[in-house]
Design a binder for this molecule. Sequence first.
Ligand SMILES: Cc1cc2nc3c(=O)[nH]c(=O)nc-3n(C[C@H](O)[C@H](O)[C@H](O)COP(=O)(O)OP(=O)(O)OC[C@H]3O[C@@H](n4cnc5c(N)ncnc54)[C@H](O)[C@@H]3O)c2cc1C
Length: 455
Amino acid sequence: MKRYDAIVIGAGVGGLGAALLMASAGKRVALFEKRAWPGGRIGSSKRDGFTVDFGVHLISRGEKGPLIQLLDRCGVDHGIEFTKVRPIQSTGGENFKFPQDLKGRVPDKDFDAVIKMVTDVKGMSDEETHEFDSQTLEEFLDGYTTDPFVHACVSQIGFIYCCIPEYRLSAGEFARCLKWEAEAHASGYPSGGCIAILNAYMNGLEQYGVDTYFGTPVDKVVVEGGKAVGVLAGREEYRADMIVSNAGIQETVSDLVGAEHFDAAYVDYVKSLEISFVSIIARFALDTVISPEIKMLSGFSSVPVKEYNDKLMAGEVPEELNSFIVVPSSFDSSVAPEGKQLVMMTTAVPAGIKDEYCPAILEALIDLAETHFPGLREHALFVEKVFPSDAARIMGEDGAGIGIAQQAGQAGKDRPAIKTPVEGLYIVGAEAGGAGVGTELAANSAIEFFDTYVA
Ligand SMILES: Cc1cc2nc3c(=O)[nH]c(=O)nc-3n(C[C@H](O)[C@H](O)[C@H](O)COP(=O)(O)OP(=O)(O)OC[C@H]3O[C@@H](n4cnc5c(N)ncnc54)[C@H](O)[C@@H]3O)c2cc1C
């Protein structure tokens, strides 16, 4: 039976980060990943000369954020550079810059109120943001303005950060995401695509001698005398003092460990945690370059936010979809063959939406993309369409964009704890601890885990 200081389950950003931090501090670490490749929700694949990210990625704090800080801290040479970008917002077919283009579209008093809200948020200390953890963004914004167009616009910004609308998103988490992004002023797309980040983490694991087991799901966490002591994977048992799971808090508690090892209140609490919205994605590999000037677009509907989501759940396709379109090949020529283009697009829908509603939503998303990229469909060399049910098969959790949602009551000081009640068992990733946008939330969770329980 092999022995390690720590075993990490899952090679998403959270698991890779935790493994790297521990290994660079001299721990003997093993990392198990059920799939044949690393990255989880940030994974990439190669097809016909294209490097295709699983999702649509903007790294909020670029080289100043935790993804790169973690590599630097561990002494991993990465050479990753970011092309700075801010998504161009659009609504009703017109480009739109937040907040300045609100002027004239909403009454002056509401415009002034938004400017005050942004100024207030940017002026908050990290500590002060926690005062708003259990308030929704909608409630927080109502304190400034109730104008529905302002709400739709700010909700979409929060959505890009955390993949949930204003009536669920924690105002404290929104404030942290907005102020950290503004302070760093570095949001961008990584050179070489998201795979460059994964490669850097994988190089780091190799540099520090982490034993990696890909295509090897952990079937069970072994608990003895109330302490997590090892895992069962591929019919072998491996032992360690610390078991660090990046496999999702709900899956870890119910499937990998078993509810019988926790008290009923904790099991009920974990079951009650809600996931973020889920993604519908299309990836177009084109035989030519259409609209070379476009890099990143974020479209939002002016329909009031709740009404918009109620329509989706009722099987209606809103007239204008909330959308996020990224053209990785406009940032980095290496992700598409010369003269060709990669266009990725996504829209998010509430978890639990009926499968049969999703194809029409995806077609509406592609129609919307066609308005920016005329001839998109006819120039497609291949198209990959991902529905929530596909994403759920790949990622679990109904295909959630983030994982455990950063909603009021589940973010900041109310985030599920990294340390579980079972001694020696920890949860990392976008599921426990941490704060920030998507991949950075997961990296922050790994850093928080290491600094609190290992260093
Ligand atoms: C479409 C889409 C677009 C996104 N866009 C952005 C963006 O623009 N910017 C941004 O910062 N973030 C974005 N995100 C969010 C970001 O990708 C995630 O928040 C982040 O990658 C989550 O990382 P994680 O470590 O928590 O978990 P995951 O990435 O889910 O990794 C968990 C890993 O654990 C593995 N695993 C599970 N069970 C087991 C088991 N039993 N044994 C072994 N391994 C197991 C899984 O296979 C997986 O590899 C996006 C997500 C999606 C889906």
